[in-house]
Structure formats: structure tokens, C-alpha cells
Design a protein around this ligand. Structure first.
Ligand SMILES: [Zn+2]
Ligand SMILES: [Zn+2]
Length: 338
């Protein structure tokens, strides 16, 4: 089998890799229906996160169950399943309160840009659809695996509710789906921060009421202007840089909520600024598994179409081209077909 590996900065290869096999009785093997490139895959690609040795890539997936270990009870051969990038038992104390991405038995997915993959803790990790989905549904079901689940967590963790004023920092796929999530949760006003016309357009389709193109101090001033000097109730930080995090905190009203779901790179918070901001902070790797049943339902009922974030589709063998397109911001998100 061939799968995706990163060797070093901007060096993605689709090459021979071992076929996945059942390693523990709780594992399953799935055949991927579709997979994709994530914004977070660009951190090692751009050399911001060091690549020490050739490393397998990919953590967003959905597909068909090919094989199950003998201890797997609920997941059945042939089912269509969606899982999160954090594999979890869905039964330990952390899972039971909805933090499956902190599962005591957690394993990270890292080999999903391939035709087949092993899923650990299959009964806890995977959620099956009632029937085999149509081809048209695949991009949206794949989105549920990470970017939608992460955007949804961002909105939930920022306490978005009926009537909220929301700011979304970051116009990648997660930020855009944070807009969609805030809309679903009843936000009245959704201000998307974006300088990119195609992304602004999609943000509006997903429910953004205002677009702010400024960043840094100017961005904060603009948000304050739009909110009568008050700031937003909920701010979703979907980037993970110092600038984006400080922008998020400074856009939030006293007593408001900031969620942060972008993997942080070099973010340091000024304790005094934080102290006087009076904001709630809640973030981390999204517990996507908590939301999967609801999100799959919304997709299958046609209530949401998160698959619109995929604006380029390539054969899996051209995965390197997919990374390049996202790196150069020629594509928002790249769908890969095994
Ligand atoms: Zn991802
Ligand atoms: Zn657990």
C-alpha cells in the first residue's frame, strides 16, 4: 500500500508504507472513502514544527469497516464510520464528561492520508451512519471528523447561544465552520475576520453578518466600533499565533468567552492583560467525538453543508500537490480521493 509521509520542510511523498493491521483486539481497519489535508498539517510542512524523521501524515477520515478485532462489539464489517483524530474509549472519566480528546487511553491518528488505516478503540472512537451515505455526503461527513467538530467545539467553548455577538478570528476551514456552528447555535451577529475574498464569501454563506479585514490593533478597534465599544460575547480563536490570541482576548467584552482551538505556536499570555480582561478562556484539542452523533445527524438531514470548505479535490496520489495548494492559500481545504 502507498501512504503519505513528510520527510522534511515542503517534502511530502506518497510512497510504499506497511499495510495497517489489527494490533489490539479493540482495533478496527477501515478503508477510507475520502481524506484530506488539514491546516495543522502545514505546521510541519512549513518547518514551524520540526520534522525529525520521516513521519506519516493525516488525521481526518471516514470510510468503510474492513476488519475488526475480536473484542470490538458495536462496530460491524461494512459499516460507514466517522471518527475523530483523537481515538478514545468513550468510557473513562474524561470521556464521560465529554473530553474524549483527553481520554486516558487516547491515541492520536497520524496515518489517515492513505487508502487504509487502523483505528484504535474502535467501539469508542467510531460513529456509524444508519445507512451507507451517498457520494455527495462524503465531504460533509469527512468535515465532521475534524474541522466541523473543531469549529463546533470552538463555538460551544465560547458559550455561543441564542442572540450572541460572536467574533471568529481565522478564516481557515475551522474558522469558517466556527461561523457555521455559531449560526446553528443561534448567534445573532457573527463577525468574521478575513482578508481573503473567497473565504469572506464562504463565511457569509455560512452565516457571517460582518467581515473585518483589519488585524492587530486595527482589528480590535474595528470590532469595538461594531459593538458600540463593548466587545463580543464570544470570540473563537482558530489560528494559534500570538497575534490572533491577543486579538481574540482584546475583542471580548468583560465577562465574555474566548475559545482557542488552533494548535498554539509561540503564544505567551501577558498575565496582567489577562487579569484585567475579565474573560473566560477555554480551548484545546477539540473533543470531536462528543459532537459526532449530532453533527452526522445534521449533515444527513441536509441542515448543514460543511463540505463546502473543500474547494479542491485531488487523487490521493497527488497529496503533495494538495499541501502546496493549501500552503500557497490557493485552496481553503483539499479533499483527497483514495
Ligand atoms: Zn485536522
Ligand atoms: Zn476515555
Amino acid at each position: 500500500m502507498q501512504g503519505t509521509m513528510i520527510y522534511r520542510l515542503r517534502d511530502i511523498r506518497f510512497e510504499d508504507v506497511p499495510e495497517p493491521k489489527i494490533e489490539k483486539p479493540t482495533d478496527a481497519i477501515i478503508r477510507l472513502a475520502v481524506t484530506c489535508v488539514c491546516g495543522s498539517d502545514l505546521w510541519p510542512y512549513r518547518g514551524i514544527q520540526a520534522v525529525e524523521t520521516p513521519t506519516p501524515m493525516g488525521h481526518e477520515y471516514c470510510g468503510y469497516v474492513e476488519e475488526v478485532g475480536h473484542a470490538v462489539k458495536s462496530v460491524k464489517l461494512g459499516q460507514f464510520v466517522v471518527g475523530s483524530f483523537a481515538m478514545s474509549d468513550n468510557s473513562c472519566p474524561h470521556c464521560r464528561v465529554g473530553y474524549q480528546s483527553s481520554c486516558q487511553q487516547r491515541e492520536w491518528v497520524s496515518r489517515a492520508q492513505a487508502p487504509f488505516m487502523r483505528v484504535a478503540l474502535a467501539d469508542g472512537t467510531l460513529v456509524a451512519t444508519p445507512d451507507l451515505p451517498s457520494k455527495e455526503m462524503l465531504p460533509s461527513l469527512l468535515a465532521a471528523s475534524d474541522v466541523l467538530g473543531t469549529g463546533w467545539f470552538a463555538a460551544d467553548a465560547a458559550n455561543v447561544k441564542q442572540g450572541s455577538t460572536v467574533v471568529v478570528v481565522g478564516d481557515g476551514a475551522v474558522g469558517l465552520l466556527g461561523v457555521l456552528s455559531a449560526k446553528q447555535m443561534g448567534a445573532q451577529r457573527i463577525i468574521a475576520m478575513s482578508r481573503h475574498p473567497a473565504r469572506q464569501k464562504l463565511a457569509k454563506e455560512f452565516g457571517a453578518t460582518d467581515i473585518v479585514t483589519q488585524r492587530g490593533d486595527d482589528g480590535v478597534t474595528r470590532i469595538k466600533d461594531l459593538t458600540e465599544g463593548i466587545g463580543a460575547d464570544s470570540v473563537l480563536e482558530c489560528v494559534g499565533t500570538q497575534e490572533s490570541m491577543m486579538q481574540a482576548i482584546r475583542c471580548t467584552r468583560p465577562g465574555g468567552f474566548v475559545s482557542y482551538v488552533g494548535v498554539p505556536h509561540g503564544v505567551e499570555l501577558d498575565s496582567e492583560q489577562l487579569f484585567f480582561s475579565h474573560v473566560h478562556l477555554h480551548g484545546g484539542p477539540a473533543p470531536v467525538r462528543r459532537y459526532l452523533p449530532e453533527l452526522i445527524g445534521l449533515v444527513l438531514d441536509g441542515k448543514i453543508n460543511p463540505g463546502k470548505v473543500f474547494d479542491l479535490t485531488l487523487p490521493l496520489a497527488q497529496v503533495a500537490e494538495g499541501y502546496r495548494a493549501m500552503d500557497e492559500r490557493k485552496a481553503i481545504k483539499v479533499l483527497l480521493q483514495p
